[in-house]
Every structure is written in C-alpha cells, then in structure tokens.
Design a protein. Structure first.
Length: 278
C-alpha cells in the first residue's frame, strides 16, 4: 500500500511497529453476550453474537480483555469447531500480556493457541482435524487520544477500521477465494458466489501457519470492527460502512450488524466486536 511522507497510507492510517507502554482501558467480555456493553474508562466496546438462521450451534468465540479484542470462528464436526475456538480464546485470555512489546506478545499468544489446539486434537480422536480462525487486536492508548493497534490474524475472520467515513479492511482473507481476489482472477461479486468461498488456506489447527501481523496508529474517534465471516459473507463493505456512518455511538452497532446479517439469511454464526477509540 502506498504511503505519504508522514508514513500514512493512502487511506489515512499511520503505521507503527513500536511497542509503547500502555494502560488498562477495556473490561472483560462474556462469550455469547447479545449486545452487551463491555467498555470501561474512555474506550467503548460493544459485542454481539448469534447462531444465525441455519446452524444449530454457535462455533464462534470471542473475548474482550485488557487492551485486547479477539474473535475466533471454529470448524470441525461434532462440536469440534466450538472446542477449537474456545481453546484459542482461553489461551489468549491466559497469556501474560505485559504490553511492553505488543508485536511479540500478540504473535506468541496466537502461537500458544495453535500449540494448544494441536495438543488436544492429537489426544482426542473426536477433535482430530478441528481448527479455528483468529483475529486478535491489541490496543495501546496514547496520551492525547488515539491508539496504536497491533493485530495478529490467521484465517478469514476480519479486522476493519472506520476512519473519517472510510471503511478499510486491514486483514487479508486466508482462503482460496481471497487469493483469487488478490490476484485479480475474480471480482468481489464473483467471490461471494464462488463454490470455494469457505475453503481456508490456513487456520489454527493446520500443521503450518503464517501469522499475519499488522500495526497502525489510529486517530481518536476511529472505530475498530472485528467479525467472523457470518457477517462479511453476507453484508458487504458498503452496507457495513453505511451503518457505521449512521452510528452516533457504539451503543447498538454490533447488534445492528448481526441483525442485518440475519435479515439477509444468516447462513452462518455471526460475531461482531465494535470499539471506539477515545
């Protein structure tokens, strides 16, 4: 992506790969909360999750902790997907984050989740082959407003930012269709109807993973959106952007996005986290 002389990319996001001292600003969230308000201090965070209109079980998991937001979308039969996503979230939750080097700590937390899933899958035949996506955001508030966002990502659960009316997808979809899109082989409309749109090229639980790491400086007032593909597969970026544009606060945004996905058929589990940077 092209950047200007000040280190901003063409969509107005500053990039930073440093680790700054941080302070606690976010409270703990609960899995399967429906529109629960979990922000404290100046940071406001909203979470909504739903099984959708087709699936019987919700295999998504999430957690909101000290400067940490994480969503996971499990996969595997006989509830193995739910187990995988829960293992990933619990491993991240138990990781001893210090905030001194977020790039290293986010990577190590995800690697720990990968190791734990492989351990359980190797000892429990029912869980053989289980896996999960993960998108983990670490927020380091800065003194006069704004935050440094460090993100680690594997799979196709997405991380977005919404700044000055512009929605930007930060993460790349680690999927067959994602690769075809990036190569220009298919269009975004063709991607939504492609037969292999749900085939991942990597996920936690695969023998080999390559963690995508991102770092951005976000201005005050930015919105961060993390979601599973139950949202992004049916609600396009223009619709997401329109809802975010109309939001005076985070109060109902996460639930409104989940409701829209269900209105459009809800073919998969849907989990959404929206955070506003003070």
């Amino acid at each position: 992506m092209r950047r200007d002389e000040d280190g901003h990319d063409q969509l107005g996001i500053s990039r930073c790969c440093c680790g700054l001292a941080v302070k606690n600003c976010i409270a703990v969230g609960q899995r399967n909360a429906r529109g629960a308000k979990v922000g404290v201090s100046a940071m406001e965070v909203k979470v909504a999750t739903d099984v959708g209109r087709v699936r019987e079980n919700n295999e998504d998991s999430f957690w909101v902790g000290h400067q940490c937001l994480v969503v996971c979308d499990g996969m595997g039969g006989h509830l193995a997907g739910e187990v995988a996503s829960e293992l990933a979230v619990q491993t991240v939750k138990n990781y001893p984050f210090k905030g001194t080097d977020p790039q290293v700590e986010v990577r190590l937390a995800i690697e720990g989740a990968q190791k734990r899933i492989l351990e359980v899958a190797g000892t429990e035949p029912a869980y053989n082959g289980m896996g999960t996506t993960i998108t983990l955001a670490w927020l380091s508030p800065v003194e006069h407003g704004g935050a440094i966002l460090t993100m680690g990502h594997v799979g196709d659960s997405r991380g977005y930012v919404f700044i000055d009316g512009v929605l930007t997808q930060l993460t790349s979809d680690h999927s067959v269709v994602g690769e075809l899109l990036r190569s220009g082989t298919i269009t975004s409309q063709e991607a939504r109807e492609h037969a292999k749109r749900h085939v991942l090229t990597q996920a936690l639980g695969s023998r080999e993973i390559e963690i995508e790491m991102l770092c951005h400086v976000l201005p005050s007032g930015s919105l961060i959106l993390l979601c599973t593909d139950g949202l992004s597969d049916v609600v396009d970026d223009a619709q997401i952007s329109s809802l975010l544009e109309q939001a005076a606060s985070c109060d109902n945004i996460a639930q409104e996005l989940v409701d829209l996905a269900n209105d459009l058929g809800g073919p998969d589990n849907i989990t959404v986290i929206v955070a506003r940077i003070p």
